[in-house]
Design a protein around this ligand. Structure first.
Ligand code: PLP
Length: 595
């Protein structure tokens, strides 16, 4: 089964030879980039999560809704004909863009996640039996782990994991050892979203095919950066998302070899995927419609088509060369900052720079929050790769990821902001908790007669500060005064789950009282310590029923915390509040039982 070895994507040398892009002109195509954030020009380095959209894409989607909107494949009227024509033209564009042999092999999905689930639920359920194995790697996104886990649980099959080196490269000798008669599929990322590693998928596919094993490639992070030719690659399935390649959300692509797709049962049932329906017998539509049940994301497919045409105009070679320059510059600048450690140093990478700050130890969340105040958007956390973070023994990293519209000047702005953050953390002693319980910890006493009274003071203090920068600083300073929490109290039981950083809370009934709550708390992130200090001010030392009666959500709104914190942080804060309310509920219940 080994296939011809044509070069399936851009070799590095060619990328270097490409003429430089006129990035400053190209940026004019992206209206969103012109804005300021926190008074600074936006530097958008969260492109691995989603890319910004050029005007051509926005216009294509708008034009569809203004001029052609109708459902596809179903009517004889003019608008439906136009909508169908444009939707199918998008399929033709995708086919050409990824080098598939025929249109029947291009299935539109909602994104990479749905494409992988489709293969797991259709191909996987039809072909995997008890005792069989599916091979994934240690650097997969959760989207390329969980669908296979679910299948394995259902079928009593096993997931096998290819290990990686410390630099974030797959260990191919170990991969080879995992392949055998029980292996039913290999599912591997083309490019790691957390590290940027470009995997040697030609070799991976070739080795699997020698055993007759089909291969699915998660191309979510490759399609936006590398020239693709799925036919030359000879992969069996290839998945990617529209929104990561300058197109709209809600659209993605599953490429599958026609011979697999023909044999696979449909996944979802509904309109469009059938040829005929009766209560006795239903027959399936031909490919690719067999896998496109219901009304598809028509406008998004049209937007994706515009995005791919835009990329053709820019030129993938020029794009790759430009991103390579950005990565080289960012790597050099970040390497120059003492105390910063780059995670993921593979020989071949796309524009992803993941790092942690060891000296002084700074939480990824704090770095991301501080960069945001400088108008710089990066991603922090586990990047939907928890097993990969575990492999490196890290809760998460900071990730800067680049796209065609980013500039070398932006890389410099980012590196300078990062250097300042690291420098300002240096020399500031970090309270990490008392080492033993021999020192009796001090629980914070009530900061006012009631939570309402404290809240009024907080509102007054926040109102005196004009912008979010000052409020952020105020929170950080509150956090610096958080009473230390003994190390023994930081256990699994006191860990608050659902937070992006490590958070511990320990609450108790204040000795000598019937229903007064007091608590200690700590986090590795300064901003979270600030939030914890705020909650302590409000609730520690107050009666349980007063804690329960207090409208914390209105206060959060009034302080602007609901709009200025990211969704992830809001969720983390909600978990902490939930923890306090739960304890207050128990305490109030006990007090009622024993008046
Ligand atoms: N696979 C990888 C490597 C990714 O980076 C992502 C998204 O970050 C996904 C899969 C999931 O993509 P989507 O959320 O668009 O379905």
């Amino acid at each position: 089964m080994s296939m011809p070895k044509t070069i399936p994507f851009l070799p590095r040398q060619a990328a270097r030879a490409a003429p430089p892009l006129d990035v400053h002109r190209l940026r004019q195509d992206f209206p969103i980039l012109l804005q300021r954030v926190h008074g600074k020009p936006l530097v958008y380095f969260d492109n691995a999560a989603t890319t910004q959209k050029p005007r051509a894409v926005i216009d294509a989607v708008r034009h569809f809704y203004e001029a052609d909107n109708a459902n596809v494949h179903r009517a004889v009227h003019e608008l439906s004909e136009r909508a169908t024509e444009d939707y199918e033209a998008a399929r033709v564009k995708v086919q050409k863009f990824i080098g598939a042999n025929c249109l029947r092999e291009i299935i539109f999905t909602r994104g990479t996640t749905e494409a992988i689930n489709l293969v797991a639920q259709s191909f996987g359920r039809a072909n995997v039996r008890a005792g069989d194995e599916i091979v994934v790697t240690a650097l997969e996104h959760h989207s390329n782990i969980v669908p296979w886990q679910m299948l394995c649980w259902e079928k009593k099959a096993h997931l096998r994991v290819v290990p990686i080196t410390d630099s974030g490269e797959l260990i191919l000798e170990e991969y080879e050892k995992l392949l055998g008669p029980r292996t039913k599929l290999v599912a591997v990322a083309h490019v790691s979203n957390a590290l940027g590693t470009v995997n040697p998928i030609e070799q991976i596919i070739d080795l699997a095919h020698r055993h007759g094993i089909p291969v699915l490639i998660d191309g979510a992070q490759a399609a936006p950066h590398l020239r693709l030719n799925v036919a030359a690659l000879d992969c069996d399935f290839y998945a990617f998302s529209g929104h990561k390649i300058y197109g709209p959300t809600g659209i993605g692509v599953l490429y599958g070899k026609a011979r697999h797709l023909e044999l696979m049962p449909p996944w979802q049932g509904g309109g469009d995927m059938i040829s005929s329906v009766s209560f006795e017998k239903t027959t399936w539509n031909e490919l690719p419609y067999k896998f496109e049940a219901g009304t598809p994301s028509i406008a998004a497919a049209i937007g994706l088509c515009a995005a791919l045409e835009y990329l053709d105009e820019v030129g993938l070679d020029a794009l790759a060369a430009h991103e390579e320059r950005l990565l080289a510059q960012a790597t050099a600048r970040v390497n120059d900052i003492r105390g910063v450690r780059i995670i993921g140093t593979a020989r071949r990478k796309t524009g992803v720079l993941s790092f942690v700050v060891d000296d002084p130890p700074l939480a990824a969340l704090d770095i991301g929050t501080r960069l945001n105040l400088e108008g710089i958007a990066v991603r922090t956390g586990h990047h939907c790769c928890q097993p990969l973070m575990d492999r490196f023994g890290l809760p998460g990293t900071v990730r800067a990821s680049f796209a065609v519209y980013n500039t070398v000047e932006e890389v410099d702005v980012f590196a300078e902001a990062l250097a300042k953050i690291v420098a300002s953390g240096r020399g500031k002693p970090k309270v990490v908790g008392l080492p033993t319980t021999r020192v009796e910890p001090t629980y914070p006493a009530a900061a006012g007669a009631s939570p309402e009274e404290v809240a009024a003071e907080l509102v007054e203090a926040f109102d005196l500060m004009d912008d979010w920068n000052d409020r952020y600083q105020y929170l950080i300073e509150l956090g610096e005064r958080l009473p230390p929490m003994p190390a023994e109290l930081k256990t699994e039981a006191t860990r608050v789950k659902g937070c992006q950083s490590t958070v511990h809370m320990f609450a108790r009934k204040k000795p000598g009282t019937a229903d007064v709550l007091e608590f200690l708390a700590d986090s590795d992130a300064d901003i979270v310590r600030g939030e914890l200090a705020l909650l302590q001010k409000l609730f520690s030392g107050q009666r349980a029923q007063q804690v329960l009666d207090f409208d914390i959500h209105s206060l959060m709104q009034r302080l602007g915390l609901d709009s200025h914190l990211s969704l992830g942080r809001r969720n983390g804060l909600a978990e902490m509040i939930q923890r306090i309310r739960h304890f207050a509920g128990e305490l109030a219940g006990q007090a009622r039982e024993k008046p």
